[in-house]
Each structure stands twice: as structure tokens, then as C-alpha cells.
Ligand binder design. Structure first.
Ligand SMILES: Nc1ncnc2c1ncn2[C@@H]1O[C@H](COP(=O)(O)OP(=O)(O)OP(=O)(O)O)[C@@H](O)[C@H]1O
Length: 382
């Protein structure tokens, strides 16, 4: 008799959607003050003016996107005065693509792929805002990606100065940024900053109790009772705290339950979690590396190679001396790149001397895996 591999009418999931990355959570706690701050920025637009711009800053998976989308959903349900438009800069990385996304939200379809200039797209947007007397708020999600392409300043400037060509057209920008070292105030030109003047809204990493609370809510909705014990949840919380990204925990819960289902068990056990961690840990690493700029990726790769070559601790000055890229970046830029790798929890920086510039650099992942993923093929394969 043939074994049926894809058969099972028994599942431990009440709703597997609850663990998907695009699921809009029913319960969204621990971000009340950030939601209040965002609402404050929007108030002037509700009174017929222009919303205030904001930068939502925080490490990956700290709830920035979800907060903005929640506020946008509420706006869509409650007012016609404001047009909220969400742009994912992972997909839309050029000025034309960003403006096409806004055009589509206003007109109902994307502009033709060829033969339409960005000027015509902006004319359509500006004209529609004038006619409809709506205030536009654009969320540039992962705006740091536009910044690395030198596009952010131009996009923000064109949006916030729309009123100069189309009197009465009002726009504001909510940018989300996961690069904690990006200092837009000093990186963007005064010409852009003058109309932008964003408020900074900070999203701190969740602590262990908050992560436990978030995962508990999902488990309650998404799984049948008794599938996930408190002890097993503690194991997942521990693993999630290593990256600080809620997505890691959600992914681990889902995989652990799938592993239990495969073994025809009705409860998740330690072994399911260990296996889930082995399956998932490199996916998180690959996602984080994919978001790095080319220079940062090369630096990480160099650190991994040096970790393979030498057994003792790596020191920042020595790493700088061994960076082979040309033109070589200055030490200040190099230090900034190291701090970013630290903030993304790819490396640990340990200050050797208080106040000094030298740090020990410890890679948080296996060097072989990092070298493999940093190579283009590795990133595509993960
Ligand atoms: N307070 C929360 N309650 C419930 N779910 C949450 C909470 N915070 C984050 N999440 C979930 O974690 C995942 C990541 O959240 P989100 O995309 O909002 O983070 P982010 O800070 O925008 O990340 P990135 O910088 O990588 O884009 C989503 O699936 C979201 O539903």
C-alpha cells in the first residue's frame, strides 16, 4: 500500500493564518504610547490642515508597521478627509515606484508601465488632492532602504512640496526606520528637512514578558487548547529574545506545531522546538543580511572570514586593517557600520576600554553559515 504523505484531517491549528507574517493581530498591546503619538501627528489633518510628519524608529519586529497600519485602517473607516497610503520600500525602491503606488491609491489603478513621466503621475496626484480636498499621509515603510539608494530626500521633498505646484494639496510622511544608526536629521539636506521636521517615535525592543504576552494571545486564537504548554512557551520566548524580533517567535511556534503534527502528537514537546529552531535560525539570519547595504554585507563577510582564520577574539582596529574593499571607507563610517551590525544582533561589540574606540567583535552566528549567506547565491537560496 502506498504511504500517503500529505494526508491528515487532524490538525492542531484552529487557524494557521494567525502565525502568518501578514496577519493583522486582533490584540495589539504594549504600543499604546506610540499609537497615541501617531494619532497626535494626524490631528491637524482631521481639522482640515496638514498632518505632521514622523519617523517611527526601532529594531526589526518591534511593531512599527503594525502600528501605522492600525492607525491607517481606523482612518479609512472613520474619515474621508484623509487619504492614507502605505508604501513598502522593500518592493518600491525608486521615486517612480513610490509615486505610482500613491497614484494607484488615488486613481484606483497603477499608471501605465511605459510612456508616462513622473511629472504626469505627480500632476494626477496633486490635481486629485486639490479636487477631493483630502490630506495625504504616506507611510514609507523601511524608508532606510530608499535612503541607501539616495532616493529618500527626493521623495520626501517632492511630497511635502506638492502644494507649491498644486495649491491646497497637503501631504505628510510617516517613515519607518529599522537602522538605529541612521541619523536622518544630519543625513538629509536642509532643503528637505525644512518642510519635513519629523517627530521621532521610538519603538523599544519588547522584553520577555511582552513577547510572552504577544505569543500567548496568538496561541490562544490559533491553536487548540493543550497544544502548547507554559514550559514550551518559555523555551520559545528565550529563543525569541536572542533576536528581539516577534516574527522569530511566531515562526518557531508554527514550525514546532507542524513538527508535532508530523509526529502525530497532540502536544508540542522540547524536541519539536529544537527541530524548529534548527530549521528557522538561518532564515532569520538570511533576512537580516538581505536588508544590509553592500558595504555592510562585505564587512560582515570579512568578520566571518577572520573568525574562521583566527581563534582569539577579533578587535575592531585589526578588522579595519584587514578590510580589503577599495576605496576603503574612513574609520568613522567603519565604526558606524559595526554599530549597525551590533544593533541588528549579528555581532556583539564589547568595549575593551571605557571611552576608547576599540571593541572586541564577536560574531553571533556560525562563521561558515554567514560566509555562505553573504555570498549572493547563499542569499538567494535561503
Ligand atoms: N504588540 C504586538 N502585538 C501583536 N503582534 C505584534 C506586536 N508587535 C509586533 N507584532 C507582530 O510582529 C510582526 C512584526 O511586526 P511589524 O512588522 O509591525 O514590525 P516592524 O517593527 O515594522 O518590523 P520591520 O522593521 O522589520 O519592518 C508582525 O507579524 C506583527 O503582527
Amino acid at each position: 500500500m502506498r504511504t500517503r504523505l500529505l494526508m491528515s484531517d487532524q490538525t492542531l491549528f484552529r487557524s494557521i493564518d494567525v502565525f502568518e507574517i501578514d496577519y493583522a493581530p486582533e490584540f495589539f498591546n504594549y504600543r499604546e504610547s506610540q499609537l497615541k503619538d501617531l494619532a497626535y501627528q494626524i490631528r491637524p489633518a482631521l481639522e482640515g490642515g496638514r498632518a505632521l510628519s514622523a519617523i517611527c524608529r526601532g529594531l526589526p519586529g518591534t511593531g512599527k508597521t503594525t502600528s501605522v497600519l492600525r492607525i491607517f485602517a481606523e482612518l479609512e473607516q472613520t474619515t474621508k478627509k484623509i487619504l492614507p497610503v502605505y508604501v513598502n520600500c522593500q518592493n518600491d525602491r525608486t521615486k517612480y515606484m513610490v509615486f505610482s503606488r500613491i497614484y494607484a491609491a488615488i486613481v484606483g489603478h497603477a499608471p501605465a508601465r511605459t510612456g508616462i513621466s513622473i511629472r504626469s503621475v505627480m500632476d494626477a496626484i496633486g490635481g486629485a488632492l486639490q479636487r477631493q480636498e483630502k490630506s495625504l499621509i504616506v507611510c514609507l515603510d523601511d524608508a532606510n532602504l530608499l535612503h541607501y539608494n539616495n532616493t529618500l530626500g527626493d521623495v520626501v521633498n517632492s511630497l511635502l512640496r506638492l502644494h507649491q505646484d498644486y495649491p491646497g494639496a497637503r501631504a505628510a510622511v510617516f517613515a519607518t526606520v529599522s537602522d538605529m544608526n541612521l541619523d536622518l536629521a544630519s543625513d538629509l539636506s536642509k532643503w528637505v528637512l525644512s518642510p519635513f521636521r519629523p517627530s521621532d517615535i521610538y519603538f523599544p525592543p519588547y522584553d520577555a514578558d511582552e513577547i510572552r504576552g504577544i505569543l500567548q494571545d496568538r496561541i490562544r486564537i490559533g491553536l487548540y487548547p493543550g497544544v502548547f504548554s507554559v514550559q514550551m512557551l518559555d523555551r520559545i520566548v528565550e529563543q525569541t529574545m536572542e533576536s528581539g524580533d516577534v516574527r522569530v517567535g511566531l515562526d518557531l511556534v508554527k514550525r514546532a506545531v507542524l513538527n508535532a503534527e508530523c509526529a502525530a502528537r497532540t502536544e508540542v514537546i522540547e524536541e519539536d522546538i529544537t527541530k524548529a529552531y534548527e530549521q528557522a535560525k538561518h532564515i532569520h539570519l538570511a533576512c537580516t543580511i538581505r536588508a544590509l547595504s553592500t558595504d555592510e554585507r562585505l564587512l560582515l563577510q570579512r568578520i566571518a572570514e577572520l573568525s574562521q582564520e583566527q581563534s582569539g577574539p577579533l578587535v575592531s582596529g585589526a578588522i579595519y586593517g584587514r578590510v580589503e574593499e577599495t576605496p576603503k571607507v574612513g574609520y568613522t563610517v567603519f565604526s558606524r557600520q559595526l554599530r549597525k551590525l551590533d544593533s541588528l544582533r549579528l555581532v556583539d561589540l564589547i568595549r575593551v576600554q571605557a571611552g576608547g574606540r576599540t571593541s572586541e567583535v564577536a560574531l553571533r552566528y556560525e562563521p561558515e553559515k554567514v560566509v555562505q549567506i553573504c555570498g549572493k547565491r547563499g542569499i538567494a537560496e535561503e
